[in-house]
Design a protein around this ligand. Sequence first.
Ligand code: PLP
Length: 365
Amino acid sequence: MSVWNLANPNLRQLVPYEPGKPIDDVARELGLDPASIIKLASNENPLGPSPKAVAAMQAALQGLHIYPDGGCFHLRNAIADKMNVDRSMVILGNGSNEIIELAYHAFGRPGCTSAVASRYAFVVYKLMAQLFDVEFIEAPDREFHHDLAAINAAIRPDTRLVFVTNPNNPTGTRIPNDELKAFIDGLPPHVMCVLDEAYYEFLENPPPTIEWVKQGARIIVLRTFSKIQGLAGLRVGYGIASPETAEILQRCRQPFNSNSMAQTAALAGLQDTDHMARTRTMTLEGRARLQAFFTKLGLKFVPSEANFVFVEVGDADRVFKALLREGIIIRSMTSYGLPAWVRVSIGTPEQMKRFEAAFPKVLVA
Ligand SMILES: *Cc1c(COP(=O)(O)O)cnc(C)c1O
């Protein structure tokens, strides 16, 4: 008897998450110098972590024999201060991805509940639904935008989780603030809405979602240190929710889910407003330039509100592979069922120049 017969049967269907290809893998497979490779595949911060976060981590290295503070006292206080909420409303995760998992632990009872998200939303919601044996309902989208009416219509009596990604990854689209507010106000009381705001800091006129939490909206707002903070490798993200919801999520986590380096770095990074401002300015300038470049090439792209651009190239896998040979890693959207589209993260001006030089060659090849 195969060991698969002992395992959770859902695992047979589960297609593992396909991350951006690591620089090291590309170097090894193609015999390239890792230093010559640029990664525009995972929406990371090309400026690196905040220097203040790096210094704080260096100082904290000697304390690594001690377990972390499972309650994340200092970091939760700092986040609470910054957001002007009570500390009891803040939960830390091993990346905000872990908080998605905690939401399933908390609200997705196996075999008898469902979760709803938009088509072409962040794929992790679907993968975790499969793991938890929660039926996953994909609401139709509108030209790569969330269709909030369709999401609402897809909610069933057994639905417990509704995921909204704003701005959305991989498409880069946003929801107008007033429409989002009306949608949240109109949700039935039997669902918890997870509002994934991984790219919140790149928004112009962002929605006041933390205020909505304070006013009692049934939402879990997710934010992350992986994008604008440049700490993706550390795995640290957080959720803001009502004290009651946060307490429910806290009961689902491991005792030390946020490690001490992550807490130290995030605490220092949170204070480094210069680094965040520099990242934001560079990203918005790079995005405008990249979109102008795609326009010039006559390519169809979705105007982005985040730190990446989603663009139609014909054969995504071919363009992806051809760019790899140039030492540039982007992301093919084939795994999202969109084999004509790729996603390109905004890099430094130098990285974008290299991309602009290589891309037209591989496009016509
Ligand atoms: C990158 C991203 C995240 C962040 O995940 P972490 O686990 O915090 O690194 C969450 N949601 C979306 C939609 C993302 O694109």
